[in-house]
Design a protein around this ligand. Structure first.
Ligand code: THU
Length: 131
């Protein structure tokens, strides 16, 4: 956990950001995460003329996670068009929580945080166990 290369992860997020399709907001986002097996997954935002159905970068990242072998997210970062670290939106914190190891780390605007710090008392898969 201590050997996460945040610079490399951010560089992957910046690469992903360069593929963003954001003609409406003109706000490009790229996301990257380290997976339990050591691989890296990434995604970019993909907007739509029907604004509400646009996809956040995290949506692409989670698709990449499952399409390339599954596993859980260990460390995550997302960046804007200037390569600055940004916070994942509320919906995407929930999306990340579903696929995160307990205590997944995020690089945030206020330093390294855990998923539990950015989404306290989360509703998650365990709440549906036994249903
Ligand atoms: N966006 C993301 O891709 N991820 C986030 O966590 C925050 C917002 C995108 C959605 C939209 O395409 C653009 O940023 C402006 O909101």
């Amino acid at each position: 956990m201590t050997d996460i290369d945040w610079d490399e992860l951010r560089a992957t997020a910046v690469e992903a950001m360069q593929r963003a399709y954001a003609p409406y907001s003109r706000y490009k986002v790229g996301a990257a995460a380290l997976v339990t097996d050591g691989r890296t997954v990434s995604g970019c935002n993909v907007e739509n003329a029907s604004y509400g159905v646009g996809l956040c970068a995290e949506c692409g990242l989670v698709g990449d996670l499952h399409m390339t072998g599954g596993g859980q997210l260990v460390a995550f970062v997302c960046v804007n068009g200037d390569g600055e670290t940004i916070m994942p939106c509320g919906r995407c914190r929930q999306l990340l929580y579903e696929h995160a190891i307990p205590g997944m780390l995020l690089e945030t605007v206020s330093g390294i945080r855990t998923i539990d710090e950015v989404l306290p008392d989360a509703f998650g898969p365990r709440d549906l166990e036994g249903r």
